[in-house]
Unconditional design. Structure first.
Length: 108
């Protein structure tokens, strides 16, 4: 009898390896907040919510009123890169229309 080991590879011609399971992490979510000011019109905020955040008119009005009454409100929740892009779009459009509308980013 030889001292040779018998393992799965010798009998079947293949090697079985244990694979570590990789799990993809869900990307972090970030809230895009709109901030109230005394100069930006309510109509413009509703327009922004519809044009950039793809809200229905009813949703846009509700969010705008929340921002108006509470000082800030969530326009949407996105991945970091998408949230930053939306903020840049809002700020560019607001500047073009000469409004001081501010947006910020907050981890959800």
């Amino acid at each position: 009898m030889s001292d040779r080991r018998l393992d799965v590879e010798d009998e079947l011609g293949t090697v079985t390896k244990t694979r570590t399971e990789r799990r993809l992490k869900t990307p972090k979510s970030y809230k895009v907040l709109l901030h109230n000011d005394d100069y930006t019109t309510m109509e413009f905020v509703v327009f922004i919510l519809q044009a950039i955040f793809h809200r229905s008119e009813g949703e846009a009005v509700q969010i705008m009123l929340h921002v108006h009454r509470n000082g800030a409100g969530v326009a949407g929740v996105y991945t970091h890169q998408v949230a930053e892009t939306r903020i840049a779009q809002v700020e560019a459009l607001a500047r073009r229309h000469e409004f001081p509308l501010r947006c910020s980013l907050e981890e959800a």
